[in-house]
Design a binder for this molecule. Structure first.
Ligand code: HEC
Ligand code: HEC
Length: 390
């Protein structure tokens, strides 16, 4: 099919994501969703304070950790964004299967001063992977997309002319104990923000909580770990006044954090968005989904212009680590909203601009990348203009 025909075919169903958000002035980065109740704004602020809170050993930090606060890695260019830090994962590939070390594949960067519980990359590791942070802007909207909406996209894959078939990441949500559609993290390893908060509080900061009650550090036996940290588990205790745990506060802040506003585009950007559809980028970077019913009006049946299908794909960039439902070669399509705010792209930050990121698309995205390569200089520029508005 020619590109022109595909533009015509898709034009009818194109939803202008920018228009969906143009009803009221867009909130600035790091602000709460527009239209929240006073109670919800208070929950957002309390959550933000905890997200910024720097923890120490008396709070349960460590014994091994990557950071002392959530904001340490999630504050550029505004709270909820990213940071310069990266995290390391390691393990072994045995007969084509990824085997993680006892205590997990995350190799923490720091440990409490006696360093008896400092994980190291195992000597026999054959895989060492780097991951950069993901921004949290708009994650409450992503959380509110029904599982069935994401599943339906995977089921429709048979109709894709390039044979692109995303896989839904079915994971156990530690918050509810239910099997859910994973959507957060480079591997879609968590389905809910409370689940991710529990995971990050333990694995990034070493703070045990109701969802992740046991200390963990790669390669460190439980008896050694027990001697490294004397704070009783779970270390994340409910606040005596509010009754809320740290993980509840983090989840509230993240759920109510506004998405990045779209920049107004010129004509070239509008053409670029059509081309994005026409050459097949939108097969994975799905422009918009809709949230389900929610008691919070700001999350209730809203368009979510995320530019992702939230599915797992093998585009040849896999980091060799199996995690959650994702195999070693699979990565979740990252949402492209907020793309302009990121200096480093792809899970390992190996791409320093959009063109480098697209150049690394192979595997299931190989044909789409070839179409991108075949664009005229003007079309190429239009597509970049469009991506620059995200
Ligand atoms: C040392 C840096 C670091 C710290 C500290 C940190 N994070 Fe992260 N965060 C990351 C990285 C790296 C990723 C991507 C991880 C992955 O998917 O493997 C991430 C991803 C996330 C995501 C997924 C976002 C999305 O849309 O997919 C959420 C949510 C999150 N972090 C919340 C938190 C919370 C809450 C805290 C504090 C309890 C926290 N993080 C502390 C580095 C950090
Ligand atoms: C088959 C699915 C698929 C198609 C088609 C596809 N992408 Fe991607 N895209 C992905 C996945 C998966 C990643 C993450 C890869 C990684 O981090 O290892 C990604 C990453 C990206 C990133 C980096 C985002 C970030 O935050 O790091 C950009 C930019 C991007 N894609 C743009 C495009 C454009 C433009 C097209 C069309 C030319 C396209 N993609 C086609 C699946 C796809």
């Amino acid at each position: 099919m020619t590109i022109q025909k595909r533009i015509l075919q898709t034009a009818g169903v194109l939803i202008c994501a920018a228009a969906a958000f143009s009803q009221r002035p867009a909130p600035s980065l790091g602000s709460p969703l527009p239209g929240l109740s006073t109670e919800d704004v208070a929950l957002f602020e309390a959550g933000k304070a905890d997200f910024l809170d720097v923890e120490g050993p008396a709070d349960g930090l460590g014994p091994a950790f990557n950071g002392r606060s959530c904001a340490e890695c999630h504050s550029v260019p505004a709270i909820g964004g990213i940071g310069n830090q990266s995290v390391t994962r390691a393990g072994r590939t045995v007969q084509g299967r990824f085997v993680e070390p006892d205590g997990g594949s995350l190799i923490h960067k720091f440990s409490l001063p006696d360093h008896k519980c400092q994980p190291l990359v195992p000597a026999n590791a054959t895989v060492v992977a780097t991951r950069i942070p993901l921004a949290i802007f708009g994650d409450g909207l992503i959380e509110a997309i029904p599982d069935a909406t994401i599943q339906a996209q995977a089921d429709n894959a048979g109709r894709n002319p390039d044979g692109i078939r995303g896989r839904v990441a079915l994971v156990r949500d530690p918050a509810s104990g239910l099997q859910r559609v994973g959507r957060f993290g480079w591997k879609a390893q968590q389905a809910t923000l409370l689940g991710f908060a529990g995971d990050a509080y333990l694995f990034e900061m070493g703070i045990t909580n109701d969802l992740f009650p046991n200390e963990a550090a790669s390669g460190i036996p439980a008896n050694v770990l027990a001697a490294c940290d004397s704070v009783a588990d779970p270390e994340d205790k409910p606040d005596s006044v509010t009754g809320r745990r740290g993980i509840d506060n983090f989840a509230n802040f993240m759920r109510l954090l506004a998405p990045p506003a779209r920049l107004p585009g010129n004509d070239a950007a509008a053409r670029g968005e059509d081309l994005f559809q026409a050459i097949g980028c939108a097969a994975c970077h799905r422009p918009v989904m809709q949230t389900g019913p929610s008691a919070t009006p700001a999350l209730d049946r809203r368009p979510v212009a995320l530019y992702s299908d939230l599915l797992l794909h093998d585009i040849g960039t896999g980091d060799g680590i199996a995690q959650g439902a994702a195999g070693p070669n699979e990565m979740r399509t990252p949402p492209l909203w907020g793309l302009r705010l990121r200096k480093q792209l792809l899970h390992d930050g190996s791409a320093l601009n959009v063109e480098q990121a697209i150049a690394q698309h192979g595997g299931a995205a190989g044909r789409v990348r070839e179409r991108f390569r075949g664009l005229s200089p003007r079309d190429h520029q239009s597509l970049l203009e469009f991506l620059g508005t995200l």
